[in-house]
Design a protein around this ligand. Sequence first.
Ligand SMILES: [Zn+2]
Ligand SMILES: [Zn+2]
Length: 131
Amino acid sequence: MRMTKNRELVYKEILNSAVPLTAYEVSNRLKEMSLTTIYRALEYLYQNGYLKRFSLDECTYYYSSESHRHFFRCVQCGKLYPIETCFMEEYEKYVSTHFNFKVYEHFVLFTGLCEKCYQDSLIDKTENANA
Ligand SMILES: [Zn+2]
Ligand SMILES: [Zn+2]
């Protein structure tokens, strides 16, 4: 197995995206490629360590394994935001020593309201109070 043209195109889309992408989102960016080809490419890239993935609400999101990121997901608009900063070193040490586990990596997903949705929720409340 090797990096074919299609795999490379799919990989580049994900590498250049700030947020993780689903197969469907990749297909919106690579319109000339079939969804089946994209699924196969993603599977290959995942199996060979180029990509990492996680599932949310029955969607699988892919992101590059080159950079370490945490994520925030807004429960209102569903948008994903990358968080580049990681403070998990102490916590990993704790998990290793306390449970005697060999920790390989971690995945962090915060949920809540993004800034815009939080502001909108405040406006909604004021409007309701005035009604
Ligand atoms: Zn939001
Ligand atoms: Zn981290």
